[in-house]
Design a protein around this ligand. Structure first.
Ligand SMILES: NC(=O)c1ccc[n+]([C@@H]2O[C@H](COP(=O)([O-])OP(=O)(O)OC[C@H]3O[C@@H](n4cnc5c(N)ncnc54)[C@H](O)[C@@H]3O)[C@@H](O)[C@H]2O)c1
Length: 350
């Protein structure tokens, strides 16, 4: 068992790390012993919060200076090879921000590396820990309005990727909506329905006014095991500057509708004209979910609780992204099994 407090290094100190540093600082059982980022300003700002922590431009340099138990990886998903290698090489467990990589084969390689070294690898799927997600999953599991058979999931947002507080790398990614945003949505579908996807018929595209080089739009019809269908539309280049979220699940006896990204879950039975709010725990945007995810990770790393959001589980959601891309290119549905076999082959021959 790892001695308490858990000695943590934080690799990548950009936009997302600000939330992480805040929630990490709240815990007595976590000690930030190291900080890494090639940007001097980011490093300096983080070091003011944790003055005793060692600092370096990258993970390898940091881990030559300091001993740690776990790493929080908050870097862009592309190009994490050296970071993962340095962390695993130093015997660290890892909590990595989603997506684990910008390529399924590469993500599978990280998972295999961690497993072969007996290290724990968790992916930061914070949306699973939102009280609204907990309430929706519970309502479905209890069969509050029967069994789900089909759903419509829409996420329509104008995301100004030039805003100073937002990361910039998605502006030049091939498929920014899929890798950066839909990954949360696809993971949520698997999580709340407790079912794996079988087949996806998708089209990705970019509206003429999009500021993203790659496709900002994803439309997909997803077949899940057990006969469940989800009709998905996601965009970062919506026609109006707002974020509209609507996730409606039609069940044998009624519907469950999540009308906002962080809250507002309602239910109705077939003959009820009015929706009834589904109660949920209070929530502070971005913090409640990050705290709960961190709590799970600390407990899993220190042998005090189960590991959730494993890297291996995450591969299933990444396969959904890859299936969308292939389906759009091919102009036809793509089975998840086709992509899974390819990834398994790559893993075996690596
Ligand atoms: N779960 C969520 O809700 C959520 C929200 C935002 C971002 N994210 C994820 O967090 C990750 C980081 O996103 P961000 O918004 O912070 O991006 P960002 O570009 O704002 O920050 C990334 C930081 O990593 C640093 N970096 C790059 N290469 C590095 C290396 N080799 N070693 C150390 N540091 C390095 C950069 O200098 C930068 O400061 C991404 O995977 C993103 O998808 C998750």
């Amino acid at each position: 068992m790892t001695p308490s407090p858990l000695r943590l290094v934080v690799i990548g100190l950009g936009a997302r790390a600000r939330t992480w540093l805040r929630v990490v600082a709240e815990r007595d059982d976590v000690q930030v012993v190291g900080l890494a980022d090639p940007g001097e300003a980011a490093l300096k700002a983080a070091a003011t919060l944790f003055p005793a922590a060692a600092t370096a431009a990258d993970a390898a340099g940091l881990l030559r200076q300091v001993e740690a138990d776990a790493a929080l990886l908050v870097t862009p998903p592309g190009g994490r090879e050296a970071q993962i290698e340095a962390c695993l090489g130093a015997g660290l467990d890892i909590l990595a921000e989603k997506p684990l990589a910008d390529d399924v084969g590469l993500a599978a390689r990280y998972v295999a590396q961690a497993e072969s070294l007996g290290r724990k690898l968790i992916v930061g799927l914070n949306f699973r820990y939102l009280p609204v997600t907990v309430a929706l999953r519970q309502a479905l599991a209890e069969g509050r309005v029967g069994q789900p058979e089909f759903a419509r999931f829409t996420y329509e947002r104008w995301r100004d990727g030039q805003l100073p507080h937002l990361n910039k790398y998605p502006l030049t990614m091939d498929q920014p909506m899929l890798w950066e945003q839909s990954i949360h949505h696809f993971d949520l579908m698997r999580h709340v329905y407790g079912a794996e996807p079988l087949r996806i018929d998708a089209r990705t595209f970019n509206p003429s006014w999009s500021m993203y080089r790659g496709d900002a739009n994803v439309s997909a019809l997803i077949d899940f095991e057990g006969g469940m269908f989800v009709n998905y539309q996601g965009t970062w280049a919506g026609g109006v500057d707002r974020l509209d979220f609507d996730w409606r699940t039609d069940c044998t006896d009624g519907v469950l509708i999540q009308r906002e990204m962080f809250s507002d879950l309602v239910a109705a039975r077939r003959t009820e004209a009015e929706y009834t709010p589904v109660p949920m725990a209070p929530h502070e945007p971005w913090l409640t979910d990050a705290r709960a995810l961190l709590d799970m990770a600390v407990r899993a790393f220190t042998g005090q609780g189960p590991l959730e959001c494993s890297g291996r589980d995450h591969l299933q959601s990444l396969l959904m992204l890859a299936a969308c891309i292939r389906s759009s290119d091919r102009g036809a549905p793509v089975s998840i099994a086709e992509l899974r076999e390819e990834t398994d082959q790559q893993e075996k021959s690596a």
